[in-house]
Design a binder for this molecule. Structure first.
Ligand code: MG
Length: 444
């Protein structure tokens, strides 16, 4: 093909002019033509498979998507620690036959059709399975483009991901020591909790245990003891550790909604960075009342699975931080849309990022964090060595920031042979009951 007919065929007269000015050869233009018309070779999905592993005793589920290009695969997080086996079945028995033979490039099309392939949707099991497929396809796209995924999302808005860490103690002194250690590590944002959620050690032996109601392993939540101790905890940490650190706290939905509102009002004087999960998702209607009573920043959403749960809270400016667990909402494709919705209402991100997210999922959190303008803060974990060995390339923490590597895709791999040496624990993983003193179930 000569230069003139090539330009005609391309329909890129202006671009050709530029190329001529730059002195590009016919061969260079021909190569550009070839790329423009052919693009990357079409690849098909050949296999979608769940991999279960528990290097730290937490039931991680990662989905591996293989392609028709030998050696090219992607990984996505589908971790649902409390129900890992149904997720694996949803992946292996339903998503694999659904996705096989389809084009790896069309992530959105695949997501939309896989989402409705079960007809009933928006539940945690199927959303996690979908996330595994979705994130793996983003990983593959990054590898195909030879770019980290954050580049595909628009590039960096910041050099690293600012994180918060967890500090807790059975009493104020133990908590204070934990906070000081975190500050020494460079964290500027610290979540403070007195004991476990609901501070069970603060109260006396519950009546249900004396009465033999439930099982001895069932735990106790005394709302009054928790509500009284938490403002004192904030006062102690502010008095001893100063005003420079940002303090966060997770109510974990365990107290009556109106009592949560009263406590948050009391916490105003300590300027929390945010208060998390004041109400269970079933009580979203309380957020309007909360907003009328206090301007303390509110984070919400780790239990959300369904768009009906987050759209109104965001668009009515009833929360300040969206905290969805990215695999629980269906993957990166959904989370980036949530981030964009939030941007218009100045709601910031605080993706759920505890130990029950795989390193692949933490990397997905971080790639999105790097690329969105309305990033708020990231919950983080420092992976132990055996987790890093199973997942080479896992994100790292330094001076309170999370760093990803710059490898194409999410930059995290899996050593399947090593992963198999960490089978799921014997306990199936469900949450044990939490009860009030009379035995009444408490909803976390
Ligand atoms: Mg929470």
């Amino acid at each position: 093909m000569d230069r003139r007919s090539l330009m005609k065929g391309l329909g890129l007269g202006a671009a050709a002019g530029v190329l001529q000015i730059l002195g590009r050869s016919d061969e260079a233009i021909a190569e550009q033509y070839s790329r423009a018309t052919k693009g990357l070779p079409a690849l098909k999905i050949t296999n979608v498979r769940a991999i279960l592993t528990a290097p730290r005793g937490i039931r991680l589920c990662v989905v591996k998507v293989q392609t028709s290009e030998p050696g090219l695969y992607g990984l996505g997080c589908a971790t649902y620690n409390q129900r890992p086996l149904p997720v694996a079945v949803a992946v292996d028995k339903y998503l694999d036959p659904f996705a096989k033979g389809r084009d790896v490039d069309n992530i959105e099309d695949l997501w939309q059709n896989a989402y409705t392939s079960s007809y009933w949707r928006n539940g945690p099991v199927l959303n996690n399975a979908l996330s595994g497929l979705d994130q793996a396809l983003w990983d593959i796209k990054g590898k195909r483009a030879n770019m980290p995924v954050y580049q595909l999302l628009g590039g960096k808005c910041r050099f690293a991901v600012d994180c918060y860490t967890h500090c807790s103690g059975r009493d104020f002194a133990q908590l204070e020591r934990s906070v000081r250690r975190a500050m020494e590590k460079g964290f500027r944002h610290i979540r403070i909790q007195l004991g476990g959620y609901g501070s069970p050690h603060l109260s006396r032996e519950p009546h249900f245990k004396e009465a033999g109601f439930g099982l001895p392993s069932d735990s106790h939540m005394d709302a009054r003891a928790y509500l009284q101790a938490t403002p004192k905890m904030f006062k102690h940490i502010r008095d001893t550790c100063g005003e420079k650190i940002e303090l966060l706290h997770d109510i974990h939905e365990r107290v009556p909604p109106i009592e949560a509102i009263n406590m948050i009002k009391e916490l105003e004087q300590y300027h929390p960075f945010f208060i998390e999960d004041p109400f269970p998702p079933e009580q979203n209607g309380y957020f309007k009342l909360l907003r009328q009573q206090t301007s303390v920043p509110i984070a919400m959403g780790e239990l959300f699975n369904n768009p009906h749960e987050w759209v109104d809270l965001i668009s009515q400016r009833l929360i300040d931080f969206i905290r969805v667990h990215i695999s629980q909402v269906g993957g990166l494709s959904v989370a980036r849309k949530i981030a964009t919705l939030c941007e218009w209402f100045d709601v910031r991100s605080a993706w759920h990022g505890p130990g029950d997210v795989s390193p692949v999922g933490h990397a997905a959190n971080a790639h999105l964090d790097l690329a969105i303008p309305n990033f708020g803060i990231q919950e983080s974990v420092d992976f132990r060595q055996n987790t890093r060995d199973v997942f080479p390339g896992s994100p790292t923490l330094k001076n309170g920031y999370m760093y990803i590597n710059e490898a194409p895709g999410f930059g995290v791999d899996i050593d399947e042979k090593l992963a198999a040496k960490f089978p799921l624990p014997d306990h199936p993983g469900y949450w044990e009951p939490v009860r009030r003193s009379d035995g009444t179930a408490v909803r976390p």
